[in-house]
Design a protein. Sequence first.
Length: 606
Amino acid sequence: MTYARLYAALLAVASTIAAVQVNPLPAPRNITWGNSGPKPLSDVTLRAERDTEDSVLTNAWDRTWETIISLDWTPAGVEAPIPKFDEFPTSTPSASASASAAAKRKRDAVPLRFVDVDVEDWNADLQHGVDESYTLDAKDGSGAIEITAKTVWGALHAFTTLQQLVISDGHGRLIIEQPVHIEDAPLYPYRGIMVDTGRNFISVPKLYEQLDGMALSKLNVLHWHLDDTQSWPVHIDAYPQMTKDAYSTRETYSHDDLRNVVAYARARAIRVIPEVDMPAHSASGWQQVDPEIVACANSWWSNDNWPLHTAVQPNPGQLDIINPKTYEVVRNVYEELSGIFDDNWFHVGGDEIQPNCYNFSSYVTEWFQEDPSRTYNDLMQHWIDTAVPIFESVSESRRLIMWEDVVLNTEHADDVPTDIVMQSWNNGLENIDKLTERGYDVIVSSSDFMYLDCGRGGYVTNDDRYNVQDNPTPDTPNFNYGGIGGSWCAPYKTWQRIYNYDFTLNLTDAQAEHVIGATAPLWSEQVDDVNVSNLFWPRAAALAELVWSGNRDANGNKRTTLFTQRILNFREYLVANGVMAATLVPKYCLQHPHACDLNYDQTALY
């Protein structure tokens, strides 16, 4: 096929996008634009069956409309057809030229004064698998935007889409650029990010900021890794001494703080799933209750002498699996937190057990001596057999999530119930295949594609591996030059790497059914309030589209090139909404669509 014919084919597909300045992110599953001109908006009022002052729907609409009128948004980056192979745009386009010209031609258009919302099931709870679909219509000759949804949560997603569709025409009016019809629903029911408040504290206002970004991009699960060996920031009434291991009295979460985060999230169609990592990654807090329930807390973590190590990072500590008091404390902490977090799902950790740690436990060493045939797999099975009934006892609807290590690591339990959801973070497609083949539902968090903290160097100090003065030869890279530079999961995960991850590749249809979604973790060894937002955003928005509508078009082609302007514009929109997202490109690239593409052949990643 000649370049000219290729360009013609691409232009035909891109024409529906070129007709408007901006398409929402994530891209709807089905969006159809008209061509009769802009639809002006005039103080739009919500009309719904249950339009009460304190309803989730009413509050969401009030926030949406307030944002629309306060931003008076003009798209920062104009979507454009993929250019000819010998022509690239070099002049800066006017972000509102086409819309304003159309507005002048259609000043007599019927203004949109209402948003009519029809919800089928008003009582559907915000839990896993709730229907999040919606349709949205802004028709010619109609004075109302029509939204239909199975549940309130789908209607909230429709508001988010509408918020991105409404822009300024450059002449003091708000418009939707053309009549539009949208039919939309997510590909996956579980779409999240993970925030770690154990390594460094993240304040409640900054947690709210992440939830704002999630709502705008239709991510629906905040996985909250509450604690780790380094700190315990959560107030527990049963054991108030646990927060002695917080970094300070200011860096703690009260019960009200936890409930407020859950409520803020729920108002934006986001579930909050807490994680208390057990039995590994468990020193701070627990040791304040009873030092006997924590093994190896006073050992040296020994990373410079790996055969003796007790932890993969400082500081060490694991719950003592054999000490019976461990389970009494675990039960009381878990039941108290289960009364605060109202989601049916709860994450109970299970990753990175270090066998050497239990050399410091008299309970474990005596247990092994009682039966020399016992292995660390038996030890892990003891944890599963004893702890899981505690975790499941709080509710018939309780479902557990664990990290995949409990099934796949060298030290693993041999009999882990398949109704426990596995979160996969290692070995990418290989581990996803293993878990789904065994019948586990899987949340994808592959570190080589989705870990947002990667590629920023190491944080451990007194690291002699950096003491290299000479560049190596190309054949002899070292830790510092040509190596990982201290980041075990280097390189940095760009939005393009995230967006292009096909995490069900080569799975059977039956296996693919077990993939319920994905979560992008941000471990916080080098993260706090100052940089948390620009490490999450806008890269998490690439995941948001990947799990909402996918990274391929109806013909199965990657749509990365067409996604580019969408995410560049969305970054500006996040910042306008108070989410301090990192910049991705020079502004030149934003203003000159496709001029910064690497490949002269624009079909390289169509």
